[in-house]
Design a binder for this molecule. Structure first.
Ligand code: RB5
Length: 148
């Protein structure tokens, strides 16, 4: 199950991504927004981020105008590794090396065709583990020290 979410700046692209998941038989939970009306990106980013960390969904996809706001907000939730991607190479390597659990994209930056390829790459690439796991553990250490 994949969690998806957006603000008004990412609404159209989220709808395209939602259709793409549907066409490919990928189960998803839509956390909204459900209309193109103005709304606050930190709210939906937190909802998707908490669902990922709780294991309610396996991975998340968040979309706003630039992809930056949802990325910053989601990364405030402990255990989230949200990566803003505008190309397939980044999507592949943030899975392989960072074990990213949330993909973020910007509707005003990335076209829907490329965005769907980025989604496929992100969802179909595994974590390399090995010494990359040690580095991901060091990220978790930063979180723990920051919040102690
Ligand atoms: C909304 O105008 C825009 O600020 C938002 O979608 C996002 O790009 C924020 O980072």
């Amino acid at each position: 199950m994949i969690g998806i979410g957006c603000d008004h700046g990412g609404f159209e692209l989220k709808e395209q991504v939602r259709k793409h998941l549907e066409e490919n038989g990928i189960a998803y939970k839509d956390f909204g927004s459900f209309t193109p009306e103005r709304c606050d990106y930190p709210v939906v980013a937190e909802a998707v981020a908490r669902a990922v960390v709780a294991g309610e969904v396996e991975k998340g996809i968040l979309i706003c105008g630039t992809g930056i706001g949802v990325s910053i907000a989601a990364n405030k939730v402990m255990g989230v590794r949200a990566a803003l991607c505008g190309d397939c190479y980044s999507a592949e390597y943030t899975r392989r090396h960072n074990d990213a659990n949330i993909l973020t994209m910007g509707e005003r930056v990335t076209g829907s065709g490329l965005a769907c390829k980025i989604v496929d790459t992100f969802l179909n690439t595994g974590f390399d583990g090995s010494y990359h796991a040690d580095r991901v553990a060091l990220i978790a250490d930063i979180e723990r020290r920051e919040r102690a």
